[in-house]
Design a protein around this ligand. Structure first.
Ligand code: PGA
Length: 242
């Protein structure tokens, strides 16, 4: 695990973009994340594409997760987020962008959607996976206690995640979806290279576990200690106290 610490989120995101570029070709497959963390990285991708330095025309993407039964026209759905913050501004073919389909009437339908997404992931190799991290150490929506063998599944969000994400839902806990479909930890570990980003003091404890903690399902991020090619790119505020 390579840990890179920067003075600011912007500098860290620029470095993350350099690492991303070093590890992809013009027809690579990317694993993408939502939330506030990757926004500056996505801005770097957009700027570089607009300047004609890179094309994403033949790039394929798979996102980590999507809320259950939040319409894709909802500004907080991850389908909407990805179009709004990245796909609408680069030359990617949207037919090559995939997120879990998570609209269903029954649990059986949801489970079928999970199997479908899992099959797609098994048929593709993610060259670079971008990750944020939850204050509770989740990656994707793999909350504490998730099996290290997990594949795509329907997950119940923990209280701490619902609270963390309520800022996107008018600070109203009742408005935050309580379930999501998420790539599992096993899917994430299958990526060739992983770039995990974290900014701010509130991420310090999770980063401490990620880098220095015992490998345990109580802190899902610690599974990354078993991955051969992980970059942890953080700002000073998220750096664990030595
Ligand atoms: P954030 O979320 O980027 O909005 O902080 C990260 C995460 O929960 O994985």
């Amino acid at each position: 695990m390579k840990v890179l610490v920067f003075d600011s989120e912007i500098e860290a995101s620029k470095k993350a973009y350099d690492i991303l570029k070093e590890n992809i070709t013009e027809n690579s497959t990317l694993g993408l994340a939502t939330g506030s963390t990757p926004l500056n990285l996505y801005k770097c991708m957009i700027e570089d594409c607009k300047n004609g330095n890179i094309s994403f025309k033949n790039i394929k993407t798979f996102n980590l997760d999507e809320y259950v039964n939040l319409e894709y026209t909802h500004p907080q759905s991850y389908h909407y987020f990805m179009n709004d913050n990245l796909f609408d501004h680069i030359d990617i073919d949207k037919n090559n962008t995939f997120l879990p389909d998570a609209i269903a009437e029954t649990d059986e339908e949801l489970n079928n959607l999970c199997s479908k997404y899992n099959d797609m992931l098994n048929n593709n190799t993610i060259d670079v996976q971008i990750l944020g991290i939850g204050t509770n150490g989740h990656i994707g929506f793999n909350e504490p206690g998730t099996s290290f063998d997990s594949t795509v599944s329907v997950v119940d969000l923990t209280e701490s995640t619902i609270k963390d994400n309520s800022r996107f839902f008018e600070n109203n806990l009742d408005k935050v979806p309580k379930r999501a479909i998420s790539m599992g930890l096993k899917n994430i570990m299958a990526a060739k290279t992983i770039i995990l980003l974290a900014f701010g003091e509130h991420k310090k404890e999770a980063i401490d576990h990620l880098i220095n903690g015992n490998i345990t399902e109580d802190w899902p991020c610690t599974i990354l200690q078993n991955h051969p090619n992980v970059y942890v790119v953080i700002d000073k505020a998220a750096e664990p106290t030595k």
